[in-house]
Design a protein around this ligand. Sequence first.
Ligand SMILES: C[S@@+](CC[C@H](N)C(=O)[O-])C[C@H]1O[C@@H](n2cnc3c(N)ncnc32)[C@H](O)[C@@H]1O
Length: 380
Amino acid sequence: MKKRQHIYINRLMDAYRGEGAVPPCPLFGSCGGCLFQHIRYKDQLALKKEIVNDALRGVAAVDQVHPSEPYRYRGRMDLVVAFGKCGLRRRGNYRAVVDVTACSIMKEKSNSLLGKIRPFIEKIEGYDYLRHRGYLRYVVLRETSYTGRVMANFVVAERENRLAALLDGIAADADSISLIYSGGLADLSYGDIIENVRAGYIEEDFDGIRYRITPNSFFQSNAEAALRIYRRIREEARGRVLDLCAGVGSISLFIAEASEHVTGVEKSTEAVENANMNKELNRIGNADFICSDAKDFVRDAGGNYETIILDPPRSGLQRSVMEHIDRMGAGKIIYMSCNPASFRDDVQFLQRYTLESIEAYDMFGQTPHVELLGVLKRKI
Ligand SMILES: C[S@@+](CC[C@H](N)C(=O)[O-])C[C@H]1O[C@@H](n2cnc3c(N)ncnc32)[C@H](O)[C@@H]1O
């Protein structure tokens, strides 16, 4: 499926006959981060609409992809440090890295912080991820949109701090700085926190709801687009709500005021700790978070939810989970998804539901990816 989609995207790009745009980034074409910079933004949206509708064929169709900021939107960038470079994987080649000095989709403050970090990086041993040797694996830059905070995480392969000069050098330029250990063979840009050199968190604000973001916690990478989607979810959610795959409680807490009660279910212990911290931070009394795999939770869950929110990872949810959800009797299911193919497959299991509306949002400008929001109503 993934391969078929890839071929389809390439075919659409080859068929593109628009006027074209001048890519603002000199690395466009070699860097694997962006695929669409040579396509005018309005044509990108049209292209994405075709990609989404092809993946949804037989189930639904969107009539547009809502635009977002095409550049400077990303609140998270994982820069790999290897082979004397600090940047992103070369397009189509996981074994090579393109040196990045500035990135046109990364937010402004992160770009300026990267400029300060780079001179130090040249003196630090990178990590050869092919031979599994070396020290510094990733520089992860995160930035909030509505509070303007910036975080730098340095992911290293030894439990020791060899970055004193770098950490001193940027101390005044980042609101949070952490040293993180990721020593295994897996290519991970998160792990155990060795030391929070500064703060160990930043905070985002969505319409007055504060979110504390810690180095390892998930947060949507396009805050403006995420906020628009969360507002739509809040308009739809009613009564007792189940938020499955709740992460750090971002949606649960955002909609709590409009709901009778929200139960957030999430399998990551760290995310649940974050969700509880965010609940306290916002003094929200009608939300609870449960650490559980979705499949275990729905197996024993009764039919006491009016609304079920689903926001799974790209792979979607297991068939057994969807079958249980279908039987739980909620009046409405709100499904947020970054993968139209798994969205389509999952929705097909919900035989007692009709897809009442579907919207697509451009959360990932310059890439083929799209975020979907579907609202399903119970038939009987
Ligand atoms: C796309 S994130 C969404 C997080 C949150 N809804 C948000 O908007 O920030 C998906 C979340 O699902 C969690 N997850 C993945 N598989 C799961 C499962 N089988 N059971 C429960 N949670 C799961 C992941 O840990 C992750 O936090």
